[in-house]
Design a protein. Structure first.
Lengths: 295, 334
């Protein structure tokens, strides 16, 4: 027994649940590379006001449509603004929107799904009908209508995205809780007199949270893509606030596409690289959170 | 305490235990009927003994076990455990009873949380009830109890998926025994296992019974297992115990046609017994417990049924000391 206690933690089987999750995640090279790449992008986006001498919105028509140079590594746009600076400011907005939307939809979804699954009966029926209602909204029509009614501020965009996505989370959580309640280990908990607190925080939540974390990571990718699509259609954030989607939208003409790659390649890369990173991390987490996976 | 003598005899006394599940239908979940899963069941279990509960699928065996432990709320009835009224226990008394009455489930897969290591699964209740004074103490106690159940100390850190079905059932037994219970409901505890593993687990249960003075309610549909482990046997049919008695009485001198039918349906490896045995074949399926037949519940399938059986519910009469039967024929009324 003493040998067990004093032995250094090296074997994955010696680790706690979350310890073993990180252990397995660390072994996933793709996920680790994605985390590093994403961390660099986020860091640059956060620090851009300190790193860049340019403003993202002050125009300078003397300096417009410049090709890449030493002063402007990615050139300038039609209004003479530094594109590299705008790229990182756009990243802030795009990633920021995605983060806020995902956090809010998960909070709303976990609460609604948890209540529905835990209490069941009429509460469950009511919440599920509400979910179905939101999920059956025609997405673009809804966005256009809301914009017409409330304007096109960031808050409205976030609200719309949260409103349309929380039902997926609620359904996952409800399904999990219903399935878990039937598990005999939850009944064993009751027979052993385990407190509600332990039952919720040690048995229910970790099992539900695993799914929510994976969903949230993949959800980041899908919100980035949705925001891009809306911006591209002119339904996104209003100028001069840049997002990766609006940067691409500004590069929509044929001449720009053919002759000025520095307009659209960087935001395109920004979107696809971060979406890919989120997807790889999500997959890595899914595997790492499953205790049946050995490595 | 002048009733200590009685206490030592009877550990668990069940009187008129009844559990109806409402059948709900429509948008407003209106109750349109009841599944009479357990209907007026009475029996006693003696301290240190094993009572077997047999019967076909759906006859209410598991429900009986779960209501006893208050995992389900009873519809009616009374359960007295070592002098305590289980159904009237308040929160604090119930927590105490939780350490005295335990259950082992059938499915060794869904009965262990896949996200916790064995140490936590087995030790959690020790911390909850203050049996272990801290994590270090818990660890030592866990290693001791899993050792008794045939697992090694280093396996305490493993997760359930790293074990075989039989080993998982050992973990389940360790978890139940971790709180030092007096009474354990084994609900089909070996039914999901290979025959060779079954005997190992049954022997483990027997050893633990001898060592800790446990009392078992052993639920199974496997007559040979029940015959091996039980002292007394109750035979359940459609929510009722139709015959109850000592193992000898039930297996060698069955009085209820249903018991005879179950025994003759069970494979026998003794050729002499096979030839001597009169075979009773039941007709048809088990009727729905939502709408049990009037009179004797078994009359729709009983080869001896007469008009009387269709109308009058048989009494639960004691044929010989300790041998109770609910059957007009056995009572000599047909
Ligand atoms: N939660 C429930 N809600 C409604 N009906 C139930 C519920 N649990 C059990 N029943 C019904 O009660 C009856 C008895 O079920 P129970 O599980 O006690 O049978 P059993 O004898 O243990 O059968 P098995 O051998 O299949 O485990 C069955 O008809 C079952 O459908
Ligand atoms: Mg059962």
């Amino acid at each position: 027994m003493d040998t067990v206690k004093t032995k250094k933690v090296r074997d994955v089987r010696e680790l706690s649940y979350w310890g073993s999750v990180f252990y397995r995640l660390r072994k996933n090279k793709m996920a680790m590379v994605s985390i590093v790449v994403l961390a660099l992008i986020v860091l640059a986006c956060v620090l851009v006001p300190m790193l860049s001498p340019y403003s993202y919105f002050v125009t300078n028509t003397d300096n417009k449509q410049m090709p890449p140079s030493v002063e402007h590594p990615l050139g300038t746009d039609d209004l003479g603004r530094d594109l590299l600076t705008r790229f990182f400011y756009a990243g802030r907005i795009s990633l920021g929107i995605a983060l806020i939307v995902v956090v809010l939809e998960c909070i709303v979804g976990v609460i609604m799904g948890g209540v529905a699954g835990y209490y069941g009966g009429l509460v469950d029926a009511a919440i599920m009908r509400l979910c179905e209602m939101f999920m059956s909204f025609p997405f673009l029509m809804f966005v256009i209508t809301v914009r017409a009614l409330f304007g096109n501020s960031l808050v409205v965009l976030v609200a719309v995205l949260v409103l349309l996505t929380w039902p997926s989370v609620a359904r996952i959580v409800r399904g999990q809780i219903l399935a878990l309640r039937e598990q005999e280990y939850m009944q064993a908990c009751e027979a052993l007199g385990i407190s509600d607190f332990r039952r919720i925080f040690r048995h229910l939540l970790p099992n539900v949270l695993a799914y929510v974390i994976v969903y949230a990571t993949l959800g980041m990718a899908s919100v980035i893509l949705t925001e891009t699509a809306l911006s591209f259609l002119g339904l996104g954030v209003a100028p001069p606030t840049p997002t990766w989607g609006t940067l691409i939208q500004e590069a929509r003409s044929r001449i720009v596409l053919v002759q000025r790659w520095w307009y659209w390649i960087p935001p395109g890369l920004g979107i696809s690289v971060s979406v890919m990173c989120f997807n790889l991390i999500g997959d890595g987490l899914r595997d790492a959170l499953d205790p049946k996976m050995k490595r | 305490m002048n009733n200590t003598a009685v206490k030592q005899e009877t550990l668990l006394e069940v009187k008129g235990l009844t559990k109806y599940f409402p059948i709900q239908a429509g948008v407003f979940h209106k109750t349109v009927g009841h599944v009479k899963a357990v209907d007026d069941v009475s029996f006693t279990v003696k301290r240190g003994k094993t009572m077997g509960l047999v019967g076909e699928s759906g006859c209410g065996k598991s429900t009986t076990g779960r209501v006893l432990l208050r995992l389900l709320e009873p519809t009616a009835g009374e359960v007295s455990f070592a002098g305590n009224d289980v159904f009237k226990a308040d929160k604090r008394q119930l927590q105490r009873l939780r350490t005295q009455m335990q259950i082992i489930f059938q499915d060794p897969y869904s009965s262990l949380n896949p996200r916790l290591p064995v140490r936590e699964i087995v030790g959690e209740a020790m911390l909850q009830h203050g049996i272990a004074s801290g994590r270090r103490d818990m660890n030592e106690r866990v290693i001791e109890v899993i050792g008794k159940c045939g697992l090694f100390p280093e396996q305490a850190s493993r997760y359930p998926h790293q074990f075989s079905g039989g080993q998982r059932q050992r973990i389940c037994i360790a978890r139940a025994l971790a709180v030092n219970p007096e009474f354990v409901v084994c609900d089909e505890a070996v039914s999901a296992l290979d025959v060779s593993i079954q005997s190992q687990i049954i022997n483990l249960l027997k050893d633990m019974q001898d060592e800790m003075g446990l009392t078992y309610l052993f639920i199974s549909h496997d007559l040979s297992v029940v015959k091996f482990i039980s002292d007394d046997v109750g035979v359940m049919y459609l929510g009722q115990i139709v015959e109850y008695g000592g193992k000898q009485q039930i297996f060698e001198n069955p009085a209820h046609p249903y018991t005879e039918a179950l025994l003759s349906a069970a494979p026998s490896f003794d050729p002499k017994a096979r030839n001597n045995k009169k075979r009773i074949i039941m007709e048809g399926d088990v009727p729905s417990p939502a709408n049990p037949p009037p009179g004797c519940r078994f009359h729709t399938r009983c080869p001896f049924a007469k008009d009387m059986c269709k109308e009058i519910v048989p009494e639960n009469k004691e044929l010989e000391p300790g041998h109770f039967v609910m059957c007009h024929k056995a009572h000599g009324l047909l």
